[in-house]
Write a protein of this length. Structure first.
Length: 303
């Protein structure tokens, strides 16, 4: 009987000691408590509070409170904008916007009420495309605007050409749009990365030709607008206006091929219009959208 009591007492003491040791270890962070907690976290799925979900291309494919809507019919007063490029064409702006009822975010065969951040492009910040859509409708340039975002922050043009990582993604975007809408305008806004990496004028022009070939092969007959966009002050080397990428972007313009000049953000969007001397602040987003309004109306932006 005494042996049974002694064994029970020993077990109780060990359990009590283990509990005290565990409590002290947890409070003090003694090994192996941090490692055990890390293992637990690794086995637990992380769901951001904003519901942000990205795909393998880093495109935003889910976000809280996104409202799916019925895809409207396209008329001759509908503008369908394919938006391709890098961060300043993605969700990297300083101000978020909510679209009018007539401004739609098209992604993966579905339509959503447009609002920042847009689905189909990288980042979770603001962007200027929803603002542009609002202005196009408010100024009666269009009755409805469908935004088809496909920009990836930090991307080189070499990733968009045939053989590049984003070439099949762009093919997929075009395939998803085709049954529902005819693209009316392609807005290409990219170049900061390639300036920083020292790409030559010829390399840029060659890569762009591959992108144009994809668009035309898949039935996109719309004009393609090429922005002048190379300025991102945090990058090295130090930015200068007369660089090889800006020269390439100007040289690409060829109305006979329906390749037209887009917005010159190097000229129109200064340091005070950028959050970090690179990405667009609210004032920069406003200037950017207004410059696109002028271009899509067939006028040159005002300085």
């Amino acid at each position: 009987m005494r042996r049974v009591i002694s064994a029970g007492l020993v077990i109780a003491c060990l359990m009590g000691a283990s509990y005290v040791f565990g409590a002290v270890s947890d409070f003090q962070g003694f090994w192996p408590i941090p490692d055990l907690k890390a293992l637990k976290q690794m086995g637990t799925a992380f769901v951001p509070a904003n519901g942000a979900i990205s795909d393998k291309y880093n495109r935003l494919v889910g976000f809280r409170d996104k409202e799916q809507v019925e895809c409207p019919e396209q008329t001759d007063r509908t503008m369908v904008l394919l938006l391709v490029g890098q961060s300043n064409a993605a969700n990297s702006g300083g101000q978020r916007y909510i679209g009018r009822q007539d401004v739609i975010n098209f992604f993966d065969g579905k339509c959503y009420a447009a609002s920042s951040p847009l689905l189909g492009t990288s980042g979770i910040g603001g962007e200027a495309w929803t603002l542009l859509g609002n202005k196009l409708v408010e100024r009666q340039i269009a009755d409805r605007v469908v935004l088809v975002p496909a920009a990836i922050s930090g991307s080189s043009i070499s990733l968009w050409r045939e053989g590049g990582s984003f070439y099949p993604m762009l093919e997929g975007v075009l395939a998803a749009v085709k049954p529902r809408y005819t693209i009316t305008h392609v807005l290409w806004h990219q170049g900061e990365t390639d300036f920083a990496d020292g790409m030559t004028k010829g390399e840029y022009i060659d890569s762009f030709a591959s992108i144009v070939a994809l668009l035309r092969r898949t039935g996109v007959k719309a004009p393609i607008y090429v922005s002048i966009t190379t300025r991102c002050e945090p990058d090295e080397p130090i930015w200068r206006a007369d660089n090889s990428i800006a020269e390439a972007q100007r040289a690409l313009v060829d109305p006979s091929k329906k390749i037209l000049a887009g917005v010159d953000t190097d000229l129109h969007v200064g340091s005070f219009d950028r959050t970090d001397d690179c990405h667009l602040a609210q004032s920069g987003q406003e200037k950017f959208a207004d410059a696109w309004i002028d271009i899509l109306r067939g006028r040159q932006p005002e300085h």
